[in-house]
Design a protein around this ligand. Structure first.
Ligand SMILES: CC(C)(COP(=O)(O)OP(=O)(O)OC[C@H]1O[C@@H](n2cnc3c(N)ncnc32)[C@H](O)[C@@H]1OP(=O)(O)O)[C@@H](O)C(=O)NCCC(=O)NCCS
Length: 241
């Protein structure tokens, strides 16, 4: 039988179907939701949150806090220190993920100090966050053996970070920012900024005084019934959960 004949044989088709069904079953059943005992390894996982299967590497999970109604994609690494580094059981939060935040597949959080995503942050796949650098001042010691220094990372509420972006130590990104695909970001980014490129630069920004500058090159389509944002000063106070 020819190779293509083998690939179309009933046995081959049956095994392909079974492998796909089993994998689909494994992925569905392997997801960990906030009610599952496995979620208790985290410092906290809020109601309505879940982590897709297969998970990425995870170290010192007791220092990782995940808010309510979050989605953590498959293969997301949540590393607090290396596997040999033990954080005390009563250590405070190192990675904090706010309510309704979604983290796409295969993102990396490599933390030693503090990485905070506030509420309603949306992270596309393959985004890399770290809060530390290897220093390299000693010319004769391998860089990997030199002192590690870090500064916290914070991402403001409502921000979107597009695929393959890298967020470097000491970065503070404001609220409702857009970080373009592939951007390498560090420093302080004000609210409502669009950052693109390597190194990341603000390419557009909204302020109350001037609106969006520079103006959009293409008009944003209006969809009837789509929700409209409300300025903070006009919002109803939130009732505590
Ligand atoms: C940032 C983005 C949303 C476009 O935003 P925008 O405000 O419409 O930006 P514009 O297209 O007007 O571009 C503004 C400037 O930024 C530059 N720019 C936009 N995206 C860029 C990128 N990813 N990398 C480098 N430069 C970029 C443009 O070239 C332009 O530069 P110029 O003024 O010198 O010509 C889009 O380019 C992007 O990166 N999307 C990510 C898609 C993605 O990852 N989706 C995952 C789904 S979760």
């Amino acid at each position: 039988m020819s190779r293509s004949g083998q690939l179309n044989s009933p046995f081959h088709q049956w095994t392909t179907t079974m492998v796909n069904r089993v994998w689909s079953f494994v992925r569905t059943r392997g997801a960990v939701n906030w009610q599952h005992p496995l979620a208790r390894r985290y410092g906290s996982m809020g109601e309505g949150s879940y982590q897709a299967f297969p998970p990425g590497d995870c170290t010192n999970p007791h220092t990782i806090h995940i808010g309510r109604n979050c989605f953590i994609g498959a293969g997301v690494t949540l590393a607090v220190g290396m596997p040999t580094e033990v954080y005390a059981p009563d250590h405070g939060p190192v990675i904090e993920i706010g309510d309704r935040t979604t983290v796409g597949k295969n993102c990396w959080f490599v933390a030693r100090h503090s990485i905070v995503l506030e509420d309603d942050v949306m992270i596309a796949p393959n985004v890399y966050f770290t809060d530390h650098n290897h220093t390299y001042a000693d010319p004769w010691l391998p860089v990997g053996q030199q002192v590690i220094q870090g500064k916290p990372v914070r991402v403001g509420a409502g921000t979107w970070i597009a695929t393959n972006a890298v967020i470097l130590p000491g970065t503070t990104i404001g609220a409702n920012c857009t970080i373009a695909a592939g951007a390498v970001v560090r420093g302080d980014i004000p609210d409502h900024s669009v950052v693109a490129g390597v190194p990341g630069r603000i390419v557009r920004r909204w302020t109350r005084a001037d609106g969006w500058q520079p103006p959009f090159t293409e008009p944003i389509g209006v969809v009837e019934g789509w929700p409209v944002g409300v300025p903070p000063e006009l919002r109803e106070p939130e009732t505590p959960a």
